[in-house]
Design a protein around this ligand. Structure first.
Ligand code: PEP
Ligand code: MN
Length: 344
């Protein structure tokens, strides 16, 4: 149940709602403060009749704006739980709310110093705000390149210092979270691990922003419920990333680009929603059009694979843009963003 009260309410008024809710059987009463509205999120297994009675009582209090009984399973990621859009801020970049679109770009995998630095310089010059690059790669085949591991993390840190872009990298197991968090600015949970709950709890215990990719066969509900594992573990800085889902195998793309998830999830939750056009496309010539579609339907950002020499890439070369293509795409991204009233 979400109790919305006036933004200038006193501590005593907030406390009154909390104690009444606890008496009615709610186990948690989380307070979220916005400029004009404060939400008290009452969580617990309370029967419907009791909720209705409490709703009526709260509505009678002069400082209460409204009381919403949750109609979805979401408790922490529901838009009603947070008064305003929630922007994730890091290193002077802000992802979400009405802020400018943020483009994250870089190679699928960190391969070498030369590859990463030249890629970082190129994407930065074209307008990317963060650098991506996997050091631990969750590959389908055990014989495929698995990433450089800690050496890859060191290179990301070097690229950050040298080029000045904050870094995003994937973490694939709970045991690696502490190490990866020492090097990277943003932790990425890949599609294969969306439902790895111990991993979600482990990144939830860090203070780093987390990009949570949608599981390739996950419903939107499953995705948002997965995000709640991170938030419930103490880390609200979750950025949702749609990246294509399994659908009809048309032989032309790798996954079905789930652009519909962007406006749906933006209605359901206050968290930022970004889109990865590289993995659904599978082919670089498709990436720009799908990326522009994502911007047009309201994505708060893009996560794009770029490689200085995609033909020699150790991972996902076919879908990686040449730096020049990325620069051309950024000009169009800007135009579409402006057309829908946003900036970049
Ligand atoms: C990636 O971003 O390189 C990646 C492995 O993505 P996904 O988990 O979406 O396949
Ligand atoms: Mn990839």
């Amino acid at each position: 149940m979400f109790v919305q009260i006036k933004g200038d309410c006193s501590k005593e008024q907030i406390g009154k709602i909390q104690s009444e809710a606890r008496q009615a059987g709610f186990e948690q009463t989380l307070v979220s403060c916005g400029k004009e509205i404060i939400v008290i999120n009452c969580i617990g297994a309370v029967d419907y009749e009791r909720k209705l009675a409490l709703q009526e009582f709260f509505r009678g209090l002069p400082f209460v704006i409204d009381v919403v009984i949750a109609t979805t399973q979401f408790r922490l990621t529901a838009r009603q739980a947070h008064p305003e859009d929630f922007a994730v801020r890091l290193n002077g970049v802000s992802i979400g709310s009405a802020e400018p679109l943020v483009v994250i770009a870089g190679p699928c995998a960190v391969e070498s110093e030369q590859q990463l630095i030249s890629c970082a310089e190129a994407v930065k010059a074209a307008g990317a705000r963060l650098l991506r690059g996997g050091a631990y790669k969750p590959r389908k085949s055990i014989f495929a390149f698995q990433g450089l591991g800690e050496e890859g993390l060191r290179l990301l840190q070097q690229a950050k210092r040298q080029v000045g872009l904050a870094t995003v990298t994937e973490v694939i197991s709970p045991e690696l979270v502490e190490l990866v968090a020492q090097y990277a600015d943003v932790l990425q949970i890949g599609t294969a691990n969306m439902g790895n709950y111990p991993l979600l709890e482990a990144v939830g215990r860090t203070n780093k922003p987390v990009i949570l990719k949608r599981g390739m066969a996950a419903t939107i509900n499953e995705w948002l419920l997965a995000a709640e594992y991170i938030v419930a573990s103490g880390n609200p800085r979750v950025i949702l990333c749609a990246r294509g889902v399994r659908g009809i195998d048309n032989g032309y793309t790798r996954f079905n680009a789930d652009l519909d998830a962007i406006p749906v999830v933006k209605k359901l939750t206050h968290h930022p929603v970004i889109f990865d056009p590289s993995h659904p496309s599978g082919k670089r010539e498709l990436v720009p059009d799908i990326a522009l579609g994502a911007v047009a339907v309201g994505a708060d950002g893009l996560l794009i694979e770029v490689h200085p020499d995609p033909d020699s890439a150790l991972c996902d070369g076919a879908q990686s843009l040449y730096p020049q293509q990325f620069a051309e795409l950024m000009i169009k991204v800007r135009a579409v963003a402006i057309a829908i009233g946003r900036t970049i």
